[in-house]
Design a protein around this ligand. Structure first.
Ligand code: HEC
Ligand code: HEC
Ligand code: HEC
Ligand code: HEC
Ligand code: HEC
Ligand code: HEC
Ligand code: HEC
Ligand code: HEC
Length: 412
């Protein structure tokens, strides 16, 4: 009797293993899923892994125009507009934040984009691998980039297709494919900070804060900070700091020589590249402070954020001196004027690495690498990056710039 039960149990177990234990894809019984279980099994498997598979089918997002091998081009590719039909709240929040402005940051750069390979700008191999953002049905119709390249949509950036999981998007790793590296190493800062350690040592306890805790509280899809990427704001009450900032803004071609706004200010406004009123800046800072107060005293947190502000000022002082040194070379005809230089005699920082002289390459590194790391790491509680990858490199670079300037003058 017992023996027969064991044999029967093994048999059931074996059949169940044959059915579910091996890599058999649990396809849904519609034509799309049936065929795709053969054509793209990984996608069907991922989809069935997620929660939406209970209620949606492939058609819910890809439409019904493509039904077989001969009409593949007819398959619709979803945009934010597709998800909006059922997730209005998340889409509304998302569209009001910085992520949805990501395409402007790339397409609006004068004199830079057209010098890069198309696949790099538009085809997900460079800038657009991270900046293909704000993609709605209407932006697909309007965008120049979409003429060359058709894939890429926002929501899968944190909820990867086709699982579209909430749990996955809550993990800090959801941010690390983009917020990394050269000019925005937030992943590295956080990972090697006390916050990162406290979180990673015991994920269950969740003592240290994640990116989402500070930047997407309560699942709010609107991301934005007070300083932002560029670390610029207007107005500025600190007169000394304002002086450095005016130099930087001239070199970005946002202010002319009289200190008046140029038409590049329109790009700044369209892309929300900087907070342009005190209220706006204070609002985002206050919201962040509230996050800290979940775990720290307000005094402790305020002092820490203020010290990060002061590191930005310290970086701006060095950077402004470097810019003025290069501007003097243009003014004295040591470097020939470039055609698209926005505010003469200032070197145009929006050329990034598309410059002709060594001295301007060093200036570009100060701008995008060392200045960024100095203040961004300070905000992410990482003294190592602030010091050795940021501030110390700024100092070294200033010495190099001065030496190069002297040499160029001597050679002329
Ligand atoms: C008879 C088989 C078959 C059926 C039925 C089928 N597809 Fe496909 N589908 C394919 C093949 C083959 C491809 C191309 C795969 C490749 O390029 O390797 C494809 C590609 C796609 C793509 C990608 C298109 C692109 O531009 O990259 C999507 C999305 C898609 N199918 C969705 C669907 C949906 C939704 C349905 C049901 C309405 C469906 N498929 C029905 C075979 C099928
Ligand atoms: C909730 C919406 C949604 C559903 C439902 C959905 N997809 Fe997709 N699918 C997407 C998104 C988003 C993309 C990426 C589009 C882009 O990059 O422009 C995509 C891309 C694709 C692609 C092309 C990209 C690749 O990785 O090859 C294929 C093929 C595809 N889906 C097949 C399917 C199949 C088969 C099903 C059903 C099992 C399905 N999709 C269900 C949202 C969905
Ligand atoms: C036709 C309606 C519909 C569309 C279109 C749709 N969703 Fe959903 N989505 C749902 C429903 C219903 C659920 C809840 C499933 C459940 O919890 O049972 C859901 C759940 C989710 C979740 C939470 C999953 C989890 O792990 O709890 C995410 C994330 C999500 N959808 C993202 C998307 C994205 C991204 C798109 C567009 C590419 C999209 N959805 C399009 C109906 C839709
Ligand atoms: C690895 C992903 C990635 C690549 C590749 C990338 N960026 Fe970015 N970019 C980002 C992230 C993330 C931010 C936001 C960082 C922050 O706020 O600190 C950003 C910010 C920006 C901003 C500032 C936007 C603002 O509102 O302040 C500009 C301009 C920009 N990138 C241009 C470019 C250009 C041009 C390229 C190609 C040469 C490029 N990016 C390549 C991820 C990337
Ligand atoms: C920057 C990362 C990120 C992007 C991009 C993103 N999400 Fe989310 N999403 C999250 C996080 C984190 C959560 C979990 C929030 C929480 O803790 O409840 C989430 C949760 C969700 C949920 C589940 C809500 C609930 O309460 O169950 C839906 C639905 C959703 N997102 C839809 C979208 C849609 C639609 C888009 C594109 C417009 C999108 N998400 C883009 C990070 C992101
Ligand atoms: C697909 C790449 C990508 C992923 C994944 C991504 N981001 Fe971003 N993020 C960007 C880009 C690009 C920008 C700059 C957008 C712009 O030009 O305005 C940005 C901007 C931001 C900003 C605004 C900074 C400012 O200017 O004030 C915050 C905050 C942010 N991201 C947080 C997150 C968090 C948190 C996650 C993960 C939950 C995440 N991001 C995932 C690419 C990404
Ligand atoms: C303890 C809270 C906290 C955590 C955790 C955190 N950040 Fe931040 N983040 C900040 C603060 C504070 C600022 C600066 C805010 C300001 O301008 O007032 C900031 C700024 C940013 C910016 C704008 C540029 C910069 O670096 O100054 C981006 C982008 C960003 N964070 C992304 C991330 C990502 C991605 C993660 C996770 C890898 C993360 N943050 C983790 C608090 C946090
Ligand atoms: C989810 C809780 C949580 C949040 C939110 C949080 N922290 Fe922390 N913080 C911690 C923990 C835990 C530690 C590790 C304590 C230790 O070093 O002994 C820590 C450490 C620190 C440290 C390291 C120095 C020290 O005293 O050990 C600083 C500085 C700090 N936090 C500042 C901030 C700031 C600023 C914010 C808001 C932008 C913030 N924290 C948000 C939990 C949090």
């Amino acid at each position: 009797m017992v023996m027969r039960q064991i044999v029967f149990g093994c048999l059931i177990g074996f059949i169940a293993w044959m059915l579910f234990g091996t890599n058999i894809v649990m396809a849904k019984p519609s034509n799309c899923e049936k065929c795709h279980a053969q054509v793209t099994p990984g996608i069907v498997e991922d989809f069935n892994h997620g929660k939406m598979a209970k209620k949606l089918t492939c058609k819910s997002c890809h439409g019904t125009k493509h039904i077989g091998e001969k009409d593949i081009e007819e398959a619709e590719l979803p945009t934010i507009s597709t998800c909006k039909k059922c997730h209005r709240r998340q889409v509304k929040q998302y569209m009001s934040g910085k992520h949805a402005k990501g395409l402007i940051a790339v397409t609006a750069l004068p004199g830079f984009a057209h010098k890069q390979p198309e696949a790099y700008i538009a085809g997900q191999k460079g800038c657009n691998g991270c900046h293909n953002l704000g993609i709605t049905d209407s932006s697909v119709r309007e965008s120049e980039l979409r003429k060359y390249y058709k894939y890429g949509m926002d929501c899968q950036n944190c909820h990867t297709r086709h699982a579209f999981s909430k749990q996955e998007a809550r993990q800090p790793e959801a941010c690390n494919s983009c917020h990394t590296g050269f000019d925005h190493a937030q992943w590295e800062f956080w990972y090697h900070s006390k916050h990162g350690s406290a979180y990673l040592l015991d994920r269950e306890a969740h003592r240290g804060p994640t990116c989402q805790d500070c930047h997407m509280p309560k699942g709010n899809h609107r991301v934005i900070t007070a300083w932002g990427f560029l670390g610029l704001r207007l107005p500025e009450k600190d007169k000394e700091w304002l002086g450095y900032r005016v130099t930087i803004l001239k070199s970005l071609g946002i202010l002319d020589n009289e200190g008046k706004p140029t038409k590049r200010l329109d790009i700044v406004k369209a892309g929300n590249l900087a907070r342009l009123t005190e209220e706006e800046w204070q609002r985002e800072r206050a919201a962040m402070l509230q996050r800290c107060q979940g775990c720290h005293s307000s005094n402790f947190a305020k002092e820490n954020l203020k010290n990060a502000d002061l590191m930005l000022k310290a970086a701006d002082k060095i950077f402004a001196e470097a810019i003025e040194t290069v501007a003097a070379l243009y003014r004295d005809g040591i470097i020939e004027t470039k055609t698209n230089q926005a505010t003469f005699p200032y070197p145009d920082l929006l050329n990034f690495y598309e410059v002709d002289t060594k001295i301007e390459e060093v200036l570009y590194e100060m701008f995008m690498d060392y200045r960024m790391k100095t203040f961004q790491a300070a905000f992410h509680i990482n003294p190592d990056y602030t010091t050795w990858y940021g501030y110390a490199r700024l100092k070294e670079s200033l010495v190099e710039i001065k030496e190069l300037a002297e040499k160029m003058r001597a050679e002329k």
